[in-house]
Design a protein around this ligand. Sequence first.
Ligand code: SUG
Length: 447
Amino acid sequence: MQRTLEANFDGLVGPTHNYAGLSFGNVASQNNENSVANPKAAARQGLRKMKRLADLGFAQGVLPPQERPSIRLLRELGFGGNDAAAIAKAAKEAPELLAAASSASAMWTANAATVSPSADTPDARVHFTPANLCSKLHRAIEHEATRRTLTAIFADPARFVVHDALPGTPALGDEGAANHTRFCAQYGAPGVEFFVYGRSEFRRGPEPKRYPARQTFEASRAVAQRHGLADDATVFAQQNPDVIDAGVFHNDVIAVGNRGTLFCHERAFVGAQTVYDELRAKLAARDAPFDVIEVPDAQVSVADAVSSYLFNSQLLSRAEGSQVLVVPQECRENPWVAIYLDDLVAKPGPIGEVLAFDLRESMKNGGGPACLRLRVVLNDAERAAVAPGVWIDDKLFERLDAWIERHYRDRLAPADLADPALLDESRTALDELTQILGLGSLYDFQR
Ligand code: SUG
């Protein structure tokens, strides 16, 4: 019999990880602007999460970082001369553009793409749409390389379809799986895909006043349409604009779902009750149960949810049927959240265990456990068709750990982005990485 499971593909943090304050509306990114980053620690923290989850028996893959600084972007912006000259000119004339070209933001693979499993699609293939991420310059340059990486890893066209990103324009702002959750009875059974958007371009409705809404209804609907999802297999909901204004720049900062469980804050959605009812009804039609664990504002405020990243957690099914919530360490340090979580696991319910991780380097840019992973539901045959070198096991962990140790700096300040040696260091590291992962020539500089 075919077994189907959910695999998680985490982004390996790139050698240029830094704090440039590039994401207006993302409170952590703004608060940590100009602080000194530790790329080595960042990459090790992420890799340790992958290892631990692999040790617990979860299917865990890794996605490589992108080439940064992006010389291609610098050239498009008119910085000429050789690579070092382009970097020097950008550093002098427009350091903010050099920072955008240097961000390691592709590490947050929840924003890499939206994925629909073969159980949901009419052609019974797994569909990927890389996110255009067009609301931020440093992220809008990711999708082409993301497409290339996904095509290298999910290469078999009989099983996988990797689409182009949607056109990068405000009406079609797409942030990928950070605003998408799939509910189902079993991973291999047809599910209901839940798309959450921040605003609509054409159907005027409530919008945030302070911070941008990155995902549009039109983009969510286009992704569902491309993936061939039927009406009875989708639910669209709007994020509460007030929580976007409080720093919830993606839905995965205020809600997480797995199989038949939605864990969310009571203020997450516009018309929350109607949203839950629609999900429940569409899942019932598929004989799937649906439970909402709604966290009241009185127990955890939106501000505490944003600072602790309680909902930027991974909800994973153990073989025994119970679920484990993978949270950042900050949830243990916030007294309200810590009490809430102790209570949650003590009482009967779908979540039986909480695991906390130190992901501080990523957290300081607004990236928790859920941001760092892309979920891909795969049956046995599909799993066998994935590029074999990307699955985390003891051997790959050790090779990657040693690779990080060899190539990464332990200190990177914004001024260091002007150092042309950083480009050479990154390229040397990435060239070696494609060999470790067996992915061939992925990067522009290798072609
Ligand atoms: O897009 N931070 C990312 C964090 C993405 C988190 N992803 C999810 N919630 N799924 C962003 O805002 C900050 C980079 C800087 O400021 O240097 C940044 O891009």
